[in-house]
Each structure stands twice: as structure tokens, then as C-alpha cells.
Ligand binder design. Structure first.
Ligand code: PLP
Length: 461
């Protein structure tokens, strides 16, 4: 029995411009489409189950064994086992350290991939699954608009992947020099375009291209963060960490620094697959729409979003909130309008959320280093701060694992200022200044962009 994927907007009524999609699609279709036709997010209609024994058997085994177990559970009806084995082997060729901070409390470092961010985990597996979704001889063209980090994670993930070319658009004046260098020099099948405009202009150019009939022949596809293909790989590391650290089927607490909630959603699914998760802690920065909802039962997005030092989490209405609401029986749309509230009591049983200020974030970076000699950057620090806050109110002494989502060397000024340390850059980020490659400059005029695509994109392999 194969899993079908439905839309979080299937029950919407009387919303102008939206015709609810009430059908189901395959994983492959959800992967290539990214989003349902009604702007909803795809959700699996069945969550496969793992036994505690299956999970415990992963102890001491490489990460890819856990990856294969999860991939198989969801995808075995749509991809041959051999394909899945190759996908996970190719995706996960870097370590996943579990660092003990104090007894029974760990940091899981998801910062060892090619762009030193946890987004590598999802992007790499999604890229390889997409490559295996093509019909024979077909070529896919991925278009991504980025304000910085996501573009390089996606670009690096697709680098060298057969049958897929990637075009990344970024706003010329809104990315840092380091980000520009990262985006410009990926090379091979990945080309950056620097747009004379803002991030919104980049997004609009990409949107227009997707709806342009002249470009259909290029098989344009997105790789954005709401794709279920990016959620699935984020289930894996929770199961991996548990298998390595837990004893005798004990329960675990995870703390996940949260922005668009894709990472935390992976933990929610892992629990629903059978992982003994006692609590999912979802700390946010000062964008506190979700902590306030968890405290009051009323949801209001934060608009405009607040600029915090954990900038990858500056989100005023998390896109994956629609999936959380759906799992608990509610509906919220893309703009943050709640159509039906979820079972709030039930959510509170499983989830704890709290807002962490920039000041607290900086204090935690200092105190964790001082007490334990562990270096966290600002995203991981929000995670650890959430865990400490939870310990204060719950007196819980269960096994706890907090996620570090980026490498501290990505934020040298902040870490230098707070800790007086120079963090050695990981191998993947070394010599970035000397890398070769340049972006093609374009204006923010659609005809200019379309011309570029028509001249440069390929159709067949
Ligand atoms: C994207 C990102 C996050 C937030 O993850 P979500 O899945 O959007 O909640 C946290 N930390 C870093 C470093 C990120 O890049």
C-alpha cells in the first residue's frame, strides 16, 4: 500500500482565488511539484511505523543505515531499494557528532556538511531523489531565489547530480561577500545570477518563469523548503541520535532551534513513527508568534519579522506551521490566517516552545563555553537556551539532545566578540576566497531573465 500525499488546504472554504486540492499525489509528484495547486503543503496520508527494536539495532551503525531505514519506510513503493541505497550513501558522507555537554545532555552537530549548515542534510537527499525521478533522458532545471544560505546549500547539494541543472538568483547588494563567493563558485551544473534588485525581485522573476508557457519545455522545478522531499531527510537524525545514545528504550527530549519549523517537523514525524520522544522543544528567537500561541491558544503572525542575530530563524509566520496544525487537526494558510484551530491541549502535551532574546542568546554562548568548553553559534544557542528553560520549569532529568544547526566558524565576528576565540574553519569552507567562478549579472527585468534562460538552459541530457 503506497503512501499518498494530500494538501493542507484541502478543507479550505470560501477563500478567494483558492480551489482546494482534495486529491492525492505520489511522493515523486509531490517532490517535483513542491507545493499543491491550492498553495497547500503536501502531507503523507499514512505515517510508517518503526519498532523500538528496529531503532535500537541502529546503535553503532553508520548514519546511512538510519537514513536507509527511514527512506525505505516512506519510499519503498516508489524507488527500487538499490536506488535508495545509493541515494543515502551519496548524500551522507560526512560525520554527525554527538557531543556530551553534561551528563545526559548532548549537542548534535549538524554542521559538518558542504555548507556547514543542517540544510545540507535535506538538500543533498532531495537532490538525489529528484535525479532518480526523471524519465529517461529527461533534464530538470531547478530555479532558486535566495537571500543567502539556502541557495548555497541547494546549489552544493545538486552539484554533479545527473540530469539536473541549477540556476540560483540572488540580490547583488543583499548578500555578504562570503555568501557571494559561495554562490558564485559552486561551478559545474550550478550557475549563479546576480540580480540588480532585491530578494523579492529574485522571487518574482522565478515565479514568473514557472508560469511562462514558453519555458515549459525546460522542466522548471523549485527546491524550496516546503517540499516534502526536504522534510523526510530531517526525520533521520533524530532516530540516529536516539539509537546511539538511549539506553533500554528510555524517553528522550529534543530541542530544535526553529524558524520555518521544517527541522522540528522532522522530530514530530519521528515521534509519530514510534521514536520515544517525551517532549519536542521548539525555541524561537524574538519572532515569538508560536510561543505566544502555545501560551494563549491564539495565533497571530509577527509582521514584519524581527531581525535577530540568529538570522536564519527570522520568520514571522513559519511555513511548516501549516503541517503542524494539520497533524493536530487544524488549518492555517500561507498568509497566517487560521481557518480551524488544532487540538491545543494535545499539542502542549508533546511540544514546549519559548522565545529567546538576542541578549539571552549571547549569554548562553558565553555560559556554555565557560561551564563546559562547548562552542555554540547563535542558532544552536537558542536551542540550548530552550532546553535550559524547559529544565527549569519541568525538573525533568531525561536524556536530552539539542541541535546545533550551523558551524560557529560561519559567524566569526560574533564568536570572537563573545568568547575571544578564532574558530578554525571546517575543511569545506577553506580557501573560499581563492575559488574560481563568477555570476552572470542580470537586471530585474523579466524579459532579460527569460532571454538568459532560453539561451542557456538545456532540454535533453
Ligand atoms: C534554516 C535554519 C534554521 C531554522 O530551521 P527551520 O527548519 O526553518 O526551523 C536554524 N538554524 C540554521 C543555521 C538554519 O540555517
Amino acid at each position: 500500500m503506497s503512501i499518498g500525499y494530500y494538501s493542507t488546504n484541502r478543507n479550505l472554504k470560501n477563500v478567494a482565488g483558492i480551489i482546494p486540492f482534495t486529491g492525492k499525489v505520489s511522493f515523486k509528484e509531490a517532490l517535483l511539484k513542491g507545493q499543491a495547486s491550492d498553495e497547500g503543503l503536501f502531507m503523507p496520508d499514512m505515517i510508517p511505523q518503526l519498532s523500538l527494536k528496529d531503532i535500537q539495532n541502529l546503535k553503532g551503525k553508520p548514519y546511512r543505515d538510519t537514513a536507509l531505514l527511514v527512506a525505505q519506510a516512506f519510499l519503498v513503493d516508489e524507488f527500487p531499494l538499490e536506488v535508495l541505497k545509493n541515494v543515502v550513501k551519496d548524500s551522507y558522507n560526512y560525520p554527525v557528532p554527538l557531543e556530551e555537554v553534561k551528563p545526559k545532555a548532548y549537542v548534535m552537530r549538524l554542521d559538518q556538511g558542504p555548507t556547514a549548515s543542517f540544510k545540507d542534510f535535506a538538500a543533498r537527499m532531495m537532490a538525489r531523489l529528484m535525479s532518480n525521478c526523471r524519465s529517461r533522458g529527461e533534464r530538470l532545471n531547478i530555479l532558486v531565489a535566495t537571500s543567502g544560505d539556502t541557495g548555497s546549500a541547494v546549489g552544493e547539494a545538486f552539484k554533479g547530480v545527473a540530469g539536473i541543472d541549477v540556476t540560483i538568483l540572488y540580490p547583488e547588494t543583499e548578500v555578504s561577500n562570503m555568501q557571494k563567493k559561495q554562490l558564485d563558485t559552486i561551478g559545474g551544473n550550478v550557475q549563479a545570477l546576480s540580480v540588480d534588485g532585491k530578494f523579492d525581485d529574485c522571487q518574482n522573476l522565478v515565479k514568473q518563469a514557472f508560469s511562462d508557457p514558453d519555458l515549459i519545455k525546460f522542466n522548471l522545478t523549485s527546491a524550496n523548503s516546503i517540499n516534502f522531499g526536504r522534510i523526510l531527510p530531517q526525520i533521520i537524525y533524530y532516530i540516529y541520535a536516539y539509537a546511539q545514545l538511549a539506553e533500554n528504550g528510555e524517553q528522550v527530549i529534543f530541542s530544535v532551534p526553529s524558524g520555518n519549523f521544517g527541522d522540528a517537523l522532522g522530530c514530530e514525524y519521528a515521534r509519530r513513527m514510534g521514536l520515544p520522544v517525551a517532549k519536542l522543544i521548539m525555541p524561537t528567537n524574538e519572532n515569538d508568534e508560536f510561543p505566544i500561541f502555545m501560551a494563549t491558544g491564539k495565533y497571530n503572525k509577527v509582521s514584519p519579522s524581527r531581525a535577530c542575530i540568529s538570522n536564519a530563524m527570522n520568520v514571522g509566520h513559519p511555513s511548516n506551521l501549516a503541517r503542524f496544525f494539520d497533524l493536530y487537526g487544524g488549518t492555517v494558510d500561507r498568509v497566517g490566517q487560521v481557518h480551524r484551530y488544532p487540538d491545543w491541549e494535545e499539542m502542549k502535551r508533546h511540544i514546549f516552545s519559548i522565545s529567546i532574546t538576542d541578549e539571552q542568546t549571547r549569554e548562553i554562548i558565553k555560559s556554555v563555553y565557560k561551564s563546559y568548553h562547548v562552542v555554540l553559534e547563535q542558532h544552536g544557542a537558542v536551542g540550548w537556551a530552550g532546553l535550559e528553560e524547559y529544565f527549569k520549569i519541568s525538573q525533568d532529568n531525561k536524556l536530552a539532545i539539542s541541535l546545533e544547526t550551523a558551524h560557529p566558524a560561519k559567524f566569526p565576528e560574533e564568536i570572537q566578540k563573545l568568547l575571544g576565540l578564532n574558530i578554525p574553519v571546517p575543511e569545506s569552507m577553506k580557501n573560499i576566497d581563492q575559488r574560481e567562478g563568477s555570476a552572470v549579472a542580470i537586471t530585474n527585468n523579466y524579459e532579460d531573465f527569460k532571454n538568459y534562460l532560453q539561451k542557456n538552459l538545456k532540454i535533453k541530457e
